[in-house]
Design a binder for this molecule. Structure first.
Ligand SMILES: [Zn+2]
Length: 338
C-alpha cells in the first residue's frame, strides 16, 4: 500500500491502534531495500512478483510468507527502519497511539539477538512523539505454535528489557495451541508487572477465549470475533468490559468471514462489547488503521457516531495513563465538530 496522503480538509478520526504486528508492516519496497542492504536473496524477482504473493488464502499460507520475508530483518537499523515506515503511515491514518506487537522468537530462531530487535524498535519508538505525534507501547508476543518452554526462555531472555515492554501477547497459528499451554509464562509476566493480552477466538473456538480470560488473566482479547457463538461468553466480556481488538480487513483476507458485509462488528457493538478496529498485518491484508475504518463504514453502513464510538473505544481499551487517555478522548470528541 502506498502511504495515504492526509487530506487537510478532512483529516482522519484520531484513533489508537492496539493490534498491529510490526513484522506485518513490512511492505515489498522495504523488504527489497533491506534484502539488498543485507545481501539476502528473496525468492521473488521483483516487488510486483512479491506483491502478487501477498494474495494468500488462509492463516497458514499467510504465516509461511510472513516468516520467509523476515529473513531481511537483521540489524538494529533494519528494525528501526521498519518501525519508522509504520509510524509514518500510521500518522497519515490518524493514529495517535500505537501498541505494537513484536515476535522475538521469529528473530532469535534466525540468530538475531533479542536485544537487537528491542533496541532497534525502541530507537524508532523513542522519537515517535516528536516526529509523528504518536505515543507508543511495545507488546512482546510468544509464538503459540512453539513450545511453552521456548516462551519461558524468551521471557527470561527479555528480563533486561522489561522496562521497555508494557505487555505480553500470544500470536501465530491458533488452532491446536490453546492459551492454557502458556499459563506459566503469563503468571511470570503478571508477577513482573506486565499487562497481558492474547489472540483468541479468531480461528479458534470460544473455549480459547474463556482460557485466555480465566487461565492467562488477560486484560484484552485480540480478535475474539468467535465469542458470538457463546452467549455466556459474550455476557462475561460485556460485564467486565474486556476489550476486543477486531481486525476487519484481516478477517476477510484470512476467510474468518466471507465478505466485509458479513462482518459481525455491528452485532458486537449492539451486544455491548468493547470493540476496537485495528489493522493486524497491514502490509499483507490490504490496509492500515483508517483503511479498516473506511472499509467497515462503507460495507456496514456505519454512521459518524458509530465510528466515533469505535475511536473512543480504542483509547479506552489502551494501556495509556488516565490523563493521556482523557486528552485523546477529547480530541475524538472535538473531531469534525468545528
Ligand atoms: Zn494479530
Amino acid at each position: 500500500m502506498p502511504p495515504t496522503t492526509p487530506n487537510p480538509a478532512n483529516p482522519p478520526l484520531p484513533k489508537a491502534e492496539l493490534h498491529l504486528h510490526i513484522e506485518g508492516t513490512l511492505e515489498p519496497e522495504l523488504a527489497f531495500a533491506l534484502a539488498e542492504r543485507n545481501g539476502v536473496t528473496l525468492p521473488y524477482a521483483t516487488e510486483d512478483a512479491l506483491r502478487r504473493a501477498y494474495s494468500f488464502s488462509d492463516l497458514q499460507s499467510f504465516l509461511n510468507l510472513y516468516y520467509a520475508l523476515m529473513a531481511v530483518l537483521r540489524t538494529e537499523n533494519d528494525f528501526a527502519d521498519l518501525a519508522h515506515a509504520y509510524l509514518a503511515r500510521a500518522q497519515a491514518q490518524g493514529v495517535r497511539h500505537a501498541e505494537i506487537f513484536f515476535d522475538p522468537q521469529a528473530h532469535t530462531s534466525r540468530g538475531v539477538p533479542l536485544g537487537t530487535v528491542v533496541e532497534g524498535l525502541t530507537r524508532a519508538l523513542d522519537t515517535a512523539g516528536e516526529r509523528y505525534g504518536i505515543t507508543t507501547r511495545l507488546i512482546m508476543c510468544f509464538l503459540r505454535d512453539q513450545s511453552a518452554e521456548s516462551a519461558l526462555a524468551t521471557f527470561e531472555a527479555a528480563r533486561p528489557y522489561l522496562d521497555r515492554i508494557t505487555a505480553v501477547g500470544l500470536d501465530s497459528a491458533e488452532v491446536g495451541h490453546p492459551p492454557s499451554k502458556f499459563k506459566e509464562v503469563y503468571a511470570l509476566a503478571r508477577e513482573a508487572g506486565l499487562k497481558c493480552v492474547a489472540h483468541a477466538g479468531e480461528e479458534g473456538p470460544p473455549a480459547y477465549v474463556w482460557e485466555a480470560l480465566d487461565v492467562l488473566g488477560v486484560d484484552r482479547v485480540d480478535h475474539g470475533v468467535r465469542c458470538l457463538e457463546d452467549p455466556e461468553l459474550v455476557a462475561r466480556l460485556v460485564a467486565d468490559q474486556v476489550p476486543l481488538t477486531v481486525c476487519p480487513l484481516s478477517n476477510v483476507r484470512l476467510r474468518v468471514i466471507d465478505t466485509m458485509a458479513d462482518h459481525p462488528l455491528p452485532a458486537m457493538l449492539d451486544a455491548g462489547l468493547l470493540v476496537t478496529v485495528n489493522s493486524d498485518d497491514p502490509a499483507y491484508f490490504g490496509g492500515y488503521a483508517d483503511d479498516n475504518f473506511t472499509a467497515v463504514r462503507d460495507a456496514l453502513d456505519l454512521d459518524e457516531e458509530t465510528l466515533r464510538t469505535l475511536a473512543c473505544n480504542s483509547f479506552r481499551a489502551s494501556f495509556l495513563d488516565e490523563a493521556t487517555r482523557e486528552a485523546y478522548l477529547k480530541e475524538v470528541e472535538a473531531h469534525g465538530r468545528g
